[in-house]
Design a binder for this molecule. Structure first.
Ligand code: NAD
Length: 462
């Protein structure tokens, strides 16, 4: 058995590294078109920051784990081919802003079809709209080379920031397919370290739809508690207390009930919009509207947070220095795709604030690129006014102390652990007074910080 994976991203890289670690006898070849990304996978500084990833890669790389751009060679040489390419929201044509762009998946299927000889098992690892496997099969089965294929769906449920733990001890592995033999080949790989009762098998369509549904349910919980946070602020209730009170009900459970400035990441919004598009496609307008509201509520929460900062700072942030702590969409990752920080900062910039930003893992170039993209989202170009704001009002700092010097406010946008242990007395001394502190993740000590002198604001409490 030889395995290859097309796509060396946040999913392909860690997932294949774990398979290679657990199955030292199986050669695993991860390929990507992006030479810089592959070079990073072959270096000491991996392209992804993920706790525990370095150790897993170091153990397997050079033994049975290879990273390269030799896509054709990897496909030809493998018995099992994972497709783990990106499936972003379409930004053009039919379904723009909702449907998944399946261009990269289709290109992979065509490349596999043209290069393959003999029998191959093709595994969809990317998150795909239900019934994509039908299109993949049609492309593969149209070859005249004599090659034969089985197509499986094996969506990935890892969460960034805890990917290694999630891969090591998954709640479940899901395999959807038609061929018992192909299913048991893939199950056999996972069985090396995952208990058999955690490997679920379904038909192809249930597997594809389960991934979209899981993300929709998770995001829905965040939007539900965030909706309640707005009501808490209006009524004097405390959202953390409400979350604790309802989370102890075993039917509800305590996880994913943390109110915040909003969810981000490359998946939740994209997958819900995709679900909405699918529902509309099948004429299920009410179902589509139900799920779309999860995204609407998330946009509202981000906007509401930025607006409350402006309102609190005497209704103007123009020319005020604001320290921004955290850019990644969550802690323990360098991924900033769809991070709430981007949209809060875009709104503050357009109010002409001067932003001094710090994140422990996201690079300056990425922060500036994210802001530029957000500011060009409406028209496709950055206006001259926005360009000036980007050039004159944004600075990226090396630590959080540097951001706070003579700042009017500190705004926490990612729940990095290091923000809990900052010397807040020192921060307070260096700021202008009144010194405002906005906790967009509800991670800070809301009793101790006001005692130091801060005017403290968190989500869902007045
Ligand atoms: N990021 C997550 O936490 C997560 C979790 C579960 C599922 N997913 C899903 O997994 C898929 C991949 O997500 P990701 O975050 O790893 O994306 P990513 O953008 O980090 O990586 C995708 C990689 O695929 C490469 N690629 C695209 N087309 C290619 C081609 N034809 N040949 C070779 N390489 C190609 C790109 O260069 C890129 O490096 C998506 O469908 C996503 O929805 C992501």
């Amino acid at each position: 058995m030889k395995i290859c994976c097309i796509g060396a991203g946040y999913v392909g890289g860690p997932t294949m590294a774990m398979i290679a670690k657990q199955c030292p006898d199986i050669p695993v070849h991860v390929v990507d078109l992006n030479q810089a990304r592959i070079d990073a996978w072959n270096s000491d500084v991996l392209p992804i920051y993920e706790p525990g990833l370095d150790e897993v890669v170091n153990e397997a790389r050079g033994r049975n784990l290879t990273f390269s751009t030799r896509v054709d060679e990897a496909i030809a040489d493998s018995d099992m081919i994972f497709i783990s390419v990106n499936t972003p929201t379409k930004t053009f044509g039919i379904g723009s802003g909702r449907a998944a762009n399946l261009e990269y998946v289709e290109k992979c299927a065509r490349q596999i079809a043209s290069v393959s000889r003999g029998h191959k098992i093709v595994v969809e690892k990317s998150t795909l709209p239900v019934r994509t496997a039908e299109a993949v099969k049609r492309i593969l089965f149209s070859v005249s080379t004599g090659a034969t294929f089985d197509v499986l769906s094996n969506p990935e449920f890892l969460a960034e920031g805890t990917a290694i733990e999630d891969l090591l001890r998954p709640d479940r592995v899901l395999i959807g397919g038609e061929s018992e033999q192909a299913i048991s080949s893939l199950a056999g790989v996972y069985e090396r370290w995952v208990p058999r009762n955690r490997i679920l098998t379904t038909n192809l369509w249930s597997s594809e739809l389960s991934k979209l549904t899981a993300n929709a349910f998770l995001a829905q919980r965040v939007s539900s508690i965030n909706a309640i946070s707005a009501l808490c602020e209006a009524t004097g209730a405390d959202v953390d207390e409400v979350a604790r009170a309802i989370g102890t009900d075993s039917r509800i459970g305590p996880k994913f009930l943390k109110a915040s400035v909003g969810f981000g990441g490359s998946c939740f919004q994209k997958d819900i919009l995709n679900l909405v598009y699918l529902c509309e496609h099948f004429g299920l307008q009410e179902v589509a509207a139900y799920w779309e509201q999860v995204v609407t509520m998330n946009d509202y929460q981000k906007r509401r947070f930025a607006e409350s900062i402006v309102r609190t700072l005497f209704s103007t942030v123009s020319d005020k220095r604001i320290a921004i702590w955290g850019w990644a969409f969550k802690k323990d990752t360098n991924d900033s795709r769809e991070s709430a920080a981007i949209y809060v900062c875009r709104d503050l910039l357009r109010e002409r604030a001067r932003l001094h930003i710090y994140d422990p893992q996201v690079q300056k170039e990425q922060i500036l690129a994210d802001l530029e993209l957000a500011m060009s989202a409406d028209t496709g170009v950055v206006s001259q006014a926005d360009r000036q704001l980007l050039e004159n009002n944004v600075s990226v700092e090396k630590d959080c102390y540097a951001t706070a010097n003579e700042a009017h406010a500190v705004v926490v946008l990612t729940e990095w652990d290091e923000f809990k242990t900052v010397d807040y007395a020192k921060i307070y001394t260096s700021m202008l007074k009144p010194a405002f502190l906005f906790d967009g993740r509800n991670i800070l000590d809301r009793r101790a910080l006001p005692k130091l002198g801060f005017e403290f604001h968190a989500i869902g409490m007045s």
